[in-house]
Design a protein around this ligand. Sequence first.
Ligand SMILES: Cc1cc2nc3c(=O)[nH]c(=O)nc-3n(C[C@H](O)[C@H](O)[C@H](O)COP(=O)(O)OP(=O)(O)OC[C@H]3O[C@@H](n4cnc5c(N)ncnc54)[C@H](O)[C@@H]3O)c2cc1C
Length: 415
Amino acid sequence: MRRFDLVVVGAGISSGSLVYNLLKQGFTGSILALDRGDKIASGATAFSAGGFRNLWTSEINQKICSHATTQLKNFQSEMGVSCGYQPCGYLFTYYAKSWVKIPRAAEIWAKNGVNFDLYSPEQIEAKIPGMKCGIDHIDPEVAEFLGFEPIVGGVFGRDCGSFDPSQAAVGYFERAMSDYAVKPQLQLNTEVLKVLFDGARATGVTVKDANGAEEKIEAGIVALCCGSWVNNLLRQSGLPEEDLTPVIAQKRMMFITDFPGHPNEDPRWHDIPLTIIDQGIYFKYESGNLMIGKARPDEPDSFDTTLEPSYYVDEVNQPMQERIPSTSVCKLKSGWGGLYDTNSADHNAIVGWHANHPGLLLQVGYSGHGAMESPAMGICLAELIIHGEYRTIDCKPLRWSRFREGQLIHETIVI
Ligand SMILES: Cc1cc2nc3c(=O)[nH]c(=O)nc-3n(C[C@H](O)[C@H](O)[C@H](O)COP(=O)(O)OP(=O)(O)OC[C@H]3O[C@@H](n4cnc5c(N)ncnc54)[C@H](O)[C@@H]3O)c2cc1C
């Protein structure tokens, strides 16, 4: 029987960062990463908008994302390959009722070294061509129907931006497999059917390869970096419901449109920050197009990822064109659906050892912010494995057992 010191389920960005950072920190054990996909990054990593920001209201998310932002900034120089790092900034916009909470958040950001600027409506309008912060231009009935209010201010995150999570995942695995004496193995087209347990302890996995052949593999540690599918795997492994995670799978769609006025568009569109407006609509510049998203709040727990163009027309473009009238002409060119591994309890990552199962490590439940957190989380989890403790950032607040202990994370900026 094959045996590895560490078996990682999944080959997305969270797995890549963990494997790379373990080797970088001197781990000399044998590593096998498994994914049922035929390439690195075949899950959520491939469908991400790739936004990164350190503007958060919880201290743990701020620390993780500030550290991750530095990793992304230095990615090219450290790894020798690009991760598509674009420090375009993030611009959150606010109605009056939310804006009153910003001074308190701003105090915390300033204390924690987060670089940000508070924007007036005029400054927001100067950043986004054609945007109108007021609502006088909108039919009052339409404004009421859409729940629109005047935008009274914005927060611009100077260290934020976007990157390509798939490129980063590939970079992590490539470096991990080429730069260190101990070569981790990456086995694609291989489904993990079960995690094996001896009593409570995780001791390995059963896998099925592309030809349908099953194999048992022994492991010192089994790390689950398998996103939305984590509970399916734990159930198949025979764990009781109380040992699962509160993770559900939720579809999130991204839409690609051309710019207003294409092809004679206003070149200022090319320099916009990743911007969040009414009802959580967010958009950014993407390779000559606009990439637009908006989470459907009551999306069911399902693995369906069908793209719904009608959702763009009714729920995204209609409100967007009221706020930015020139976007009424934006034509939908393409799009896709992917899955958030939503932690339905508090919408934050679940990382570290499973309290009831020694040898079982979790890195799941990222709830739409795993691409930006993985570059730092891989460092922290590597420390936990090698030294038995977190050293760079104390990630204990994100432990699995917090749900049993009533210690949820209170984070108010999740999109
Ligand atoms: C539309 C969309 C927009 C997003 N935008 C952002 C954003 O702007 N910023 C941000 O930070 N995050 C964003 N995210 C979230 C981000 O993409 C994820 O948090 C991140 O990619 C998680 O990475 P991962 O490696 O943990 O999981 P995944 O990339 O999902 O990888 C899990 C892997 O596990 C494999 N797997 C699962 N079960 C098994 C099994 N039984 N056997 C073998 N293999 C298995 C899958 O094939 C998959 O490749 C977005 C997500 C979506 C869908």
